[in-house]
Ligand binder design. Sequence first.
Ligand code: FES
Length: 161
Amino acid sequence: MLEQILSRYPQDRTSLVMILQDLQSEFGYLPQDALEEISTRLEISRAQVYSVATFYNVLSLKPRGRHLIRVCMGTACHVRQGSLILAAAERELGIKDGETSADGEFTLQSVGCVGACAIGPVVEVDEEHFGHMNVQKMSRLIRKIKKRAASDTTSAGEERS
Ligand code: FES
């Protein structure tokens, strides 16, 4: 798979971000051995590869859950109860900021400004924005996603049987 991704781009440093994005969407994260291979092939130091890999919120060095829940903690959202919203998400999901649930369904992440301050506080779920959040709305939203995820699993199971 990595070979396929590498073959799409020129083998130099200008391709690094695009290669990492493709790797992220294929694997759901950036495997360490792939990052080392990229460093060798593009002739960029490992430190530089890791610095790009950790700079962008969309990239992750750890496997992520099927659903990615991001709570904006940029200044505009933070002052409007961003941390209470994050705490509500942690409670509902039973995980802490930066963790993935044991069933691999959810990853929770606090992030910097997502560029939608006017509708803050903002939460992103799988890249969909939810604005004007509060603690109650956060809890309801997570319960709704959990319910949908459970019914997706059930119907996938029924289709297989
Ligand atoms: S601070 Fe949250 S969207 Fe800008």
